[in-house]
Design a protein around this ligand. Structure first.
Ligand code: ADP
Ligand code: TYD
Length: 203
């Protein structure tokens, strides 16, 4: 099974991905916890080009190509081998991030994103959790970290509002696969909802 977490920066995706992986492991399941951009040695190299530096460093088209190149390597080297071995893959971000960040919020390039995805990725998660919350609150969490990987966080509040709308639209577009989760609560309450949604799908 291939599970992904999506949402705006600081919404709690990484926290929830880790909590879900821990819960599944405690149940005796074999879980690979991974992330994008990154998740394989080659893709982690590409990540460095994407998350640091000037917000204007790349054109939206170049950015799509870099994210897609990183995703292809992640898929080849990490995701597909793990799924083939019967493991559960939990990824902090995947293709929905490109659909929303590069396809809608940053530029109106959803057509290009979809064509590239169909050509070189061609794989959707079985289930995706969009952690939804107000950008001002998420940004306050995120920027408190100041990780040196703040290129996208630095694009401003209006940009984060467009992202939120984009993720909500995606959940409406693919309600079977994409579940909207209210992230503006204590982490354990959010985790409980995610566990329940997964249990319902597994049942
Ligand atoms: P993301 O991966 O979406 O950027 P993180 O999981 O890294 O988000 O969380 C961002 C920050 O907010 C971290 O410092 C984390 O500890 C904190 N955090 C995560 N979930 C919650 C929550 N439900 N309530 C309050 N703070 C949270
Ligand atoms: P990430 O490390 O998940 O950041 P955060 O923990 O702050 O959410 O991702 C780095 C940034 O890359 C993030 O701001 C979102 C952006 N991104 C895209 O723009 N397109 C993509 O396809 C992916 C995977 C990430």
């Amino acid at each position: 099974m291939f599970l992904t977490f999506e949402g705006i920066d600081g919404s709690g995706k990484s926290t929830q991905a880790r909590l879900l992986a821990e819960t599944l492991r405690a149940e005796g399941r074999d879980v690979v916890l991974t992330r994008e951009p990154g998740g394989s040695p080659g893709a982690e190299e590409i990540r460095k080009l994407l998350v640091s530096g000037d917000p204007d460093r790349w054109s939206p088209e170049t950015e799509i190509l870099l994210f897609t190149a990183a995703r292809r390597d992640h898929l080849e080297k990490t995701i597909l081998p793990a799924l083939a071995a019967g493991r559960i893959v939990v990824s902090d971000r995947f293709a929905d991030s490109t659909r929303v960040y590069q396809g809608a919020a940053l530029a109106d390039l959803r057509g290009l994103v979809d064509r590239l995805h169909a050509e070189v990725i061609g794989r959707e998660p079985d289930l995706t959790f969009v952690i939804d919350m107000p950008p001002d609150k998420a940004l306050a969490r995120g920027l408190a970290r100041r990780s040196g990987e703040d290129r996208f966080e630095d694009m401003g509040g209006a940009f984060q509002e467009r992202l939120r709308a984009g993720f909500r639209a995606l959940a409406a577009e693919a309600p079977g696969r994409v579940r909207l989760i209210d992230g503006d609560r204590a982490a354990d309450a959010v985790a409980e909802d995610i566990r329940a949604a997964l249990a319902a799908v597994l049942a």
